[in-house]
Ligand binder design. Structure first.
Ligand SMILES: C[S@@+](CC[C@H](N)C(=O)[O-])C[C@H]1O[C@@H](n2cnc3c(N)ncnc32)[C@H](O)[C@@H]1O
Length: 314
């Protein structure tokens, strides 16, 4: 395939896959898990009985109107990073009635469309739109007079960063924050390994489908020739690093081609597709403080599986 046929996003995807398949261990950034099909798989994951994360965070968001600290004025503008289907945006906007503008920031156009449509269908009448891009490169707020801003980063997506990257990312958000700006972050907590295993290794194979879709996506978009049935999904908990690691493991010695380049895999060799770091409440509060944020409140679901952290820039 000629370079001219690739748009910018596809070029970046190709470079990331080429680079990742030469690393040891092989690794492809998790942001590429989310094309239209990946989004559908992820939605199915959120409905699995074993995947407690979404239900736990939704439970906290439903209680947000009673939890919100009385000394903190409600925001009037929200930028949500990685909104997915927009389900949580609707809850946030219901909980915080002073919000007048909602911006969804996502790398996947499908997520932006879905989230903004869901917000509008909910009957919410404020300004809402999507901004496509990688969070790491920042985003723009709308020009509004006298807005009180809040960045929402839900779903434990912060756990997909390595801790140093997470600190740098939070620090970047802090540097770009106005005085009094708020940050709301959903963070999954360290817990019994069996619960973590069950959440990422469901017996129905939905998480496996989500993970394997990455190889299908490479075949579709990058002229790849992965034989997807020669890989299996596994997501062990690495207790030392405090993270669940999603792997695609090669069932045999094999060669694959991606956009004209060839790579070999040994039997048993893995491609790492996602890290999901698990924090303690204290550990995450320390990370926030390190990055210059002032922790303002922290809430849990009733089982203490998941936490939602509210922090302020000053
Ligand atoms: C696991 S989903 C989370 C969805 C939702 N926040 C939730 O809590 O259910 C991750 C979302 O973040 C987006 N995403 C992942 N990495 C991204 C990045 N680096 N920049 C922008 N969006 C990204 C994905 O496209 C997807 O919509």
């Amino acid at each position: 395939m000629q370079d001219a046929q690739f748009d910018q996003a596809r070029l970046a995807f190709r470079e990331a896959v080429w680079a990742g398949l030469q690393q040891e261990p092989k690794r492809i950034p998790s942001k590429y898990l989310y094309d239209a099909q990946g989004m559908r798989w992820f939605e199915a994951i959120t409905r699995l009985p074993e995947y407690y994360l979404t239900r736990a965070e939704v439970e906290i968001l439903q209680r947000l109107p009673t939890l919100w600290p009385s000394h903190l004025p409600s925001p009037t503008a929200i930028a949500e990073l990685g909104p997915g289907s927009g389900e949580k945006a609707v809850l946030l906007l219901r909980a915080l009635p002073e919000v007048q503008a909602y911006i969804a920031v996502d790398i996947a156009a499908e997520a932006l469309d879905a989230a903004v449509a869901r917000v509008r269908q909910s009957g919410w009448a404020g300004l809402s739109y999507g901004q496509r891009g990688d969070w790491v490169h920042g985003f723009k707020w709308p020009a509004l007079s006298a807005s009180r801003r809040m960045v929402a980063f839900l779903g434990s997506s912060i756990g997909n960063f390595e801790p140093d990257e997470a600190r740098a990312f939070l620090h970047r958000l802090r540097r770009h924050a106005e005085s009094g700006e708020l940050l709301l972050v959903g963070v999954d907590l360290v817990k019994d390994e069996r619960l973590l295993w069950a959440a990422y290794n469901d017996p129905e194979g939905v998480t496996a489908g989500f993970n394997c879709n990455l190889l299908h996506r490479i075949n579709r978009e990058l002229d790849g020739n992965f034989a997807v049935d020669r890989f299996y999904h596994v997501a062990p908990f690495n207790a030392q690093a405090s993270r669940v690691e999603m792997h695609l493991v090669s069932l045999c010695d094999q060669e694959v081609a991606v956009a004209g380049r060839r790579f070999s895999l040994r039997r048993g060799e893995q491609i790492v597709t996602e890290y999901s770091y698990k924090y303690t409440v204290e550990g995450f509060q320390a990370l926030l403080a390190d990055a210059g944020w002032k922790p303002a409140a922290v809430w849990h679901d009733h089982r203490g599986y998941f936490s939602l952290h509210l922090a302020a820039s000053s």
